[in-house]
Design a protein around this ligand. Structure first.
Ligand SMILES: O=C(O)C1=C[C@@H](OP(=O)(O)O)[C@@H](O)[C@H](O)C1
Ligand SMILES: C=C(OP(=O)(O)O)C(=O)O
Length: 450
């Protein structure tokens, strides 16, 4: 993070939100675009890359392992790759900052290269479990020395040639799936991954786009079987990154909640493995129109027109959870203002994100006057029926960008201000968040340093 001191934040909505905005590039797709470009033979161009701290950590790591990565203009990056198998030994530890995606995917890449790399990260990342990738990557032949609990700092020694495996994912995790696919790229033979519950499929789409031999078969029970032929040669590409639906979720929910608002968010990625929140908000009564549906960079996109709506509580269908896994914090804010009860369960994974998002959201929402019951695997929320929350509290973000942005939105619909103790983590995924909200009519609390 750029600033040494915490940066408190308060937002208020003195009037309805209105205007047309664009959110930055998709974080998941940006990480993958940099990694695959760095492994292609020749020069790739990426347009719309997210220039957030998490993605910059991936860029720095790929540079440290030999790729040439340069910024040409805002969001436009040029990458000269080293070829699959061509990663070099990094001179120093790879600092992953706050980014779980960078860490787990790069552990996969290193696992099948002649590279030994040490991964370090911030206090949040250093608490997150890495055993889920260490276990299958060890089966492929990589060697690990990790901190207690399979956490960072950790060291990976790759094996060449690595051993192809068949692996059934024990947790619904696109990061684990992607780590194994990336390891499989430089592994002879076929790496096979069975995914009982489908998760975001950006890796599969982009690997194909870069010329890898990858097939996906859907079994009767809905499980996906992904097979990647290794020792692949990737061809450089022109990648166009769509706007991030996970970032768009914050202004979208803000527009639903602040009475009288109408907002257009342009160019939002709506890959079905990512768009669960929008399906759910519409089922709750949210007025969200998908305008100008089209394709960008092999992904479906549309402009979202969002109008303030009366929302009803809902039981979140478990099948939707993987397609909105990062959107639960902001959904909980929407639920706190809805009419009736929202039940969101089966969400154990939320406890191992940048913070324990179940506990932290329960505590923060209660502190600002919402009625919330925390259960082991989720939250039960009794909404206010549109009545503003009390507010008047300081909420700890726990180094979690999505917690910080969720409570900033909650502050727009609270009677007394909601203060976020530290907004710096927002820069990991959505550096323009505050400016974008201001352009829609939100105002920063006057007594909080800019
Ligand atoms: O693959 C990815 O880009 C991501 C996968 C998800 O994590 P898990 O794989 O841990 O569910 C998600 O929460 C994260 O923000 C990004
Ligand atoms: C969980 C997230 O990211 P990561 O796992 O990459 O830290 C997120 O962005 O909400």
């Amino acid at each position: 993070m750029d600033h040494a001191a915490p940066q408190p934040l308060r937002l208020a909505a003195p009037a309805p939100l209105s205007g047309q905005v664009a959110v930055p590039g998709d974080k998941s797709i940006s990480h993958r675009a940099l990694m695959l470009s760095a492994l292609a033979v020749g020069q790739s161009r990426i347009e719309g890359l997210l220039e957030g701290e998490d993605v910059l950590a991936t860029a720095a790591a790929m540079r440290a392992m030999g790729a040439t990565i340069e910024r040409d203009a805002a969001g436009v990056w040029i990458v000269s790759g080293v070829g699959v198998g061509g990663l070099l030994q990094p001179a120093t530890a790879l600092d992953m900052g706050n980014s779980g995606t960078s860490t787990r995917l790069l552990m996969g890449l290193v696992a099948s290269h002649a590279v030994t790399a040490t991964f370090i990260g911030d206090a949040s990342l250093s608490k997150r479990p890495m055993g889920r990738v260490i276990e299958p990557l060890s089966r492929m032949g990589a060697a690990f020395t990790a901190s207690p609990g399979d956490r960072l700092p950790l060291m990976v020694r790759g094996l060449v040639p690595a051993v192809p495996i068949q692996y059934r994912l024990p947790v619904a995790s696109a990061q684990v799936k992607s780590a194994l696919l990336l390891a499989g790229l430089n592994t002879p033979g076929i790496t096979e991954i069975v995914e009982p519950v489908p998760t975001r499929d950006h890796s599969e789409r982009m690997l194909r786009g870069f010329g890898a031999d990858l097939t996906v078969e859907t079994e009767d029970a809905g499980a996906r079987v992904i097979r990647l032929t290794g020792e692949a040669e990737l061809r450089p590409q022109q990648v166009v990154v769509p706007g991030d639906p996970s970032s768009a979720a914050f202004p979208a929910v803000a527009a639903l909640l602040v009475p009288g608002s109408e907002v257009v968010i342009e160019n939002v990625g709506l890959n079905p493995t990512r768009a669960g929140l929008y399906t759910l908000l519409r089922a709750m009564g949210g007025d969200i129109a998908f305008e100008n549906p089209r394709e960008a960079g092999g992904e479906p996109v549309a402009d979202l027109r969002v109008r303030a709506s009366t929302l009803s509580g809902i039981e979140v269908p478990p099948a939707l959870a993987p397609s909105m896994i990062d959107e639960f914090p902001i959904l909980f804010v929407a639920a706190a203002l809805a009419q009736g009860r929202t039940v969101a369960r089966g969400l154990e994974e939320l406890r191992v994100k940048e913070s324990d998002r179940i506990a932290v959201m329960a505590e923060g929402l209660r502190a600002i006057g919402a009625r919330v019951e925390e259960v082991e695997d989720g939250l039960v929320i009794d909404g206010s029926g549109g009545t503003p929350l009390a507010g008047g509290a300081t909420v700890a973000a726990h180094l979690d960008h999505r917690i910080a942005m969720s409570f900033a939105v909650a502050g727009l619909v609270s009677r007394a201000p909601v203060t976020i103790d530290d907004a710096r983590p927002i820069a990991t995924s959505f550096p323009q968040f505050i400016g974008l909200m201001e352009s829609l009519g939100a105002e920063r609390g006057l007594d909080v340093a800019a």
